[in-house]
Design a protein around this ligand. Structure first.
Ligand SMILES: [Zn+2]
Length: 313
């Protein structure tokens, strides 16, 4: 389990806010946002532990007391989260109302109470409006911790009543450290780092995902390997049925190009790599405009072939 200190050391921009949380100054309404997998839900859980922890002499949260352990196991009755209507992709007004009703009851334990709304951007506007009153007139010792990967779905009225904390993508060393702590090192760790867009959660998820490794291998043996026109038809064929993986393929390619650019001693190939980076960006745009995948893949294959030989580190 991470700690507040781990988050504080992630980025300078987090230092001040997290120091405040360490000291016990946690806002009554906090919106934690940032890319998927950077630790937003983990931080929300640590803040709940900070609110509930009953350690006397230790730094809070201690992670060991009964309160901390119950929060960590998701078994603390003062930590509430909306349970979604079965089969629904959004958090609906009735899901929110149940929580608000529970807050009004006396059945909860004494001490701080926390409402954690993960993926708060998936609340319907009606659910957000139902939440608004609770944010405007917070009950004593009641905290609302919202997390969201994108904040577009959050109504301005909700956002303006929350303190907002952005968790940026992690730097490479911190991600490699997490991977190392999970027993992943060497080339495997480097490949995950390349494709995870600064998100350790995503890297760990990919590690378990054989599909990721298959896609990484496919990129190696097509885009990064092609050097002659005669290879084009068969490589094009290999890419025919991977339309759904286009974004992952682009991410892997972008990372390989950017790494090669950094390793390019003397900058002798810098124009070549800049052109490839540009080509991938254009391919992404075509994909977003629903251009047929096969023609995007073929064009990109041709461009990678044209720029060979490249030193792929
Ligand atoms: Zn504790």
């Amino acid at each position: 389990m991470s700690t507040l200190i781990d988050f504080k050391s992630l980025h300078l921009s987090l230092h001040q806010a997290i120091s405040g949380y360490e000291a016990g100054s946690i806002p009554h309404a906090l919106l934690i946002h940032g890319p998927a997998g950077v630790g937003k839900k983990t931080l929300a859980k640590i803040l709940c532990m900070r609110l509930m922890c009953c350690a006397q002499d230790a730094l809070k949260p201690c992670g060991r007391c009964d309160q901390c352990r119950r929060v960590e196991m998701g078994a603390h009755s003062n930590v509430l989260s909306p349970s979604r209507t079965a089969g629904s992709r959004s958090i609906k007004i009735e899901d929110l109302r149940k929580i608000i009703e529970m807050l009004g009851r006396h059945g909860l334990e004494s001490g701080a109470r926390a409402v954690v709304i993960a993926d708060a951007d998936e609340m319907t506007p009606q659910a957000q409006n139902a939440l608004l009153k609770s944010l405007e007139e917070p009950l004593e010792s009641t905290y609302f911790l919202l997390t969201a990967s994108g904040d577009r779905g959050i109504l301005p009225t909700i956002r303006s009543r929350c303190s907002v904390l952005y968790i940026p993508p992690w730097d490479s060393d911190s991600i490699l450290q997490v991977l190392n702590d999970n027993g992943i090192s060497g080339r495997r760790a480097q490949k995950l780092l390349d494709a995870c867009d600064g998100s350790p959660g995503r890297a760990l998820q990919m590690e378990k995902d054989s599909h990721f490794w298959d896609t990484a291998a496919l990129v190696e043996e097509t885009f990064l390997y092609i050097s002659k026109p005669v290879q084009l038809p068969s490589f094009s064929g290999k890419l025919r049925n991977v339309k759904e993986d286009a974004d992952l393929i682009f991410s892997i390619l972008e990372n390989r190009v950017s790494r090669a650019m950094q390793a390019d001693e003397g900058g002798q190939s810098s124009r070549k790599f800049s052109r490839l980076a540009q080509d991938i960006m254009i391919a992404r745009k075509y994909r977003a405009s629903n251009v047929a995948w096969q023609s995007i893949a073929d064009r990109l294959l041709f461009q990678f072939m044209e720029e060979q030989p490249c030193q792929w580190s």
